[in-house]
Design a protein around this ligand. Sequence first.
Ligand code: SF4
Ligand code: SF4
Length: 229
Amino acid sequence: MGKIYVLKEPGRDKAWNIYALREAARLKRWFQGVYYSPRLKRLLAVFKPTPGTHVNMLVFEEMGESVLRDAYRMECPRGCNRCCVLRSGAFMIENELRNLPGDVRDRVTRQPSELIKTPGGWVRVYRLDTEPMGRCIFFDVEKGTCMLEGLGKHNKPIVCLLTYCTVFATRDGKLYLKKGYRVHRDGRAEIHYEEVDEKTWRRMVARMGSVWTRYRKIYKQQQTEEGTA
Ligand code: SF4
Ligand code: SF4
């Protein structure tokens, strides 16, 4: 088994966290997923760059791939959309704009932004959560899809690739739902998962997705009213 690079856990220092995200964004195309390791009792944001790629070891740590053997992979099933529709908190770091098509890049640069002094220099961060109730500007309310993902998975902001609710997980082709968790004194969170069948999994997606379906209903009503006004 080979080696993987795991992004160090975020801390309380916003500037450091933005710096770490910027460095992670550089390796986006080698992003493998987020896993929960019951052995380490922590979430692992895993990257596997091709040999010779520069990895900033200030923000990454190296691990053996075997650490993932008993780990659960975090999943974000289609139809939930909770993180995109309500108080998304979504943002994009300046170095993520480079590979976007020109019109999309222009849309981002028109967004409110903040310049943050990080250990790696000044970094501009663009807010994407400026639609009503914190909805992300790239969320297609009617279809329930991320417009950036439609351009390729690695066009999604790094913060979206790394953030999971941890409710849904898979391991060895089986489906799991979070049953509970316990936070230890040292801050480590122990998450318990229960294997479920597809029907139970789908039911949970529909439950979580009810925020989006309600939002979509109101959104459609508003669109109709605006169209007839
Ligand atoms: S709440 Fe979970 S499943 Fe729903 S959009 Fe967020 S990460 Fe995905
Ligand atoms: S960029 Fe995409 S995944 Fe991220 S919040 Fe916006 S719609 Fe959701």
